[in-house]
Design a binder for this molecule. Structure first.
Ligand code: BDR
Ligand code: CA
Length: 318
């Protein structure tokens, strides 16, 4: 089995990513870390506890940082709903959170599985940046790191040149990418350029509804109804861009997308562009590549794989 830690700001697409991971029999979740982002850290932690309970995930669920390293916290209630799960109405979880901080759980899980742990960052990088302060060897302790974040040649989804996860805590993203340039394998960075090619349409929701008789399905459908409404209000029509499940799936099924080496850094000083991820395609900086940039995912294969994994896995999680 593959020990895996997921750090997320659940979040509608984060919720589907967690469901997917719970369904993978070959994954042993070593921790779920919540980070403030889509909604505040209380709501994210609550959502993660609800999902861990519903999906019978025994992993510790730890509360991460309530605020970015330097920036003021911004949240995206319009995108994900006031509680982060769209229209879904949820009872309080009976699962309790782990007493450790999110950063501490990153470090403990990495030390428990030296060279083995796969890390997924599906929200702002705050906890990972704090974990690096406790354990600067993290880049060498992890087996691989996969990040949903950034917008390289893209109109952005936050400010005109920025992607949400990096825009919320640009300082943390900058520090993380710098620190992980010392990793044996550069982190896989999945920017909007790649993730926005995975579009859910009504037929995807219909297929999701038919995957399994499990309480997480009505929850996800109510969440995605909000996400579709948000995208429609934003001018995209009745659909949604589904970022985080792609990153989770690609971490386990690398054939779903190719990657190219690239030097990427985060703009921290720009008055219009703070939080922009800048990629050096022509090597002007003379720096070695520090990420494996995800490109051109096979979107139909990703969607089919997600649905099939739920269809196969959810009946075991009742
Ligand atoms: C990212 O921001 C969040 O709203 C999503 O969950 C995803 O992780 C996309 O920019
Ligand atoms: Ca997210």
């Amino acid at each position: 089995t593959i020990p895996l830690l997921v750090d997320c700001d659940t979040g509608i697409d984060d919720a589907l990513a967690l469901t997917y991971l719970a369904c993978r029999e070959d994954v042993e979740l070593a921790g779920i870390v919540s980070t403030a982002g889509n909604v505040d850290v209380d709501a994210v932690t609550r959502n993660n506890l609800i999902l861990a309970e519903m999906l019978r995930i025994p992993a510790p669920v730890a509360r991460g940082s309530a605020a970015p390293l330097v920036a003021e916290l911004m949240t995206a209630d319009d995108t994900h709903g006031p509680q982060g799960l769209g229209h879904a109405v949820t009872a309080d979880p009976s699962r309790r959170e782990d007493p450790r901080s999110g950063a501490r759980l990153w470090v403990d899980a990495a030390r428990e599985h030296p060279g083995e742990l796969v890390g997924l960052v599906l929200g702002p990088h705050t906890n990972l940046a704090l974990a690096l302060e406790i354990e600067p060897e993290l880049p060498r302790l992890l087996r691989r790191l996969h990040i949903m974040g950034g917008a390289i040649n893209h109109r952005g989804n936050t400010a005109p040149t920025t992607e949400w996860n990096v825009a919320v805590d640009p300082d943390a993203a900058q520090r993380t990418l710098a620190a992980f340039s010392a990793a044996e394998r550069p982190p896989v960075l999945a920017p909007l350029d790649a993730t926005e090619s995975v579009e859910f349409h009504q037929d995807t929701l219909d297929a999701l509804a038919g995957t399994a008789d499990h309480p997480v399905i009505p929850l996800l459908l109510e969440a995605f109804r909000w996400y579709f409404e948000f995208h429609r209000a934003d001018g995209f029509g009745w659909m949604a861009h589904v970022h985080d499940p792609l990153v989770a799936a690609h971490a386990l099924e690398p054939q779903l997308a190719r990657t190219v080496p690239l030097a990427v850094d985060v703009e921290l000083a720009g008055t219009l562009t703070r939080g922009q991820t800048v990629g050096d395609r022509l090597g002007r900086w003379g720096r070695p590549p520090n990420v494996a940039l995800m490109e051109d995912p096979d979107a139909p294969a990703v969607i089919a794989h997600l649905l099939e994994t739920l269809r196969e896995g959810l009946p075991r999680l009742r």
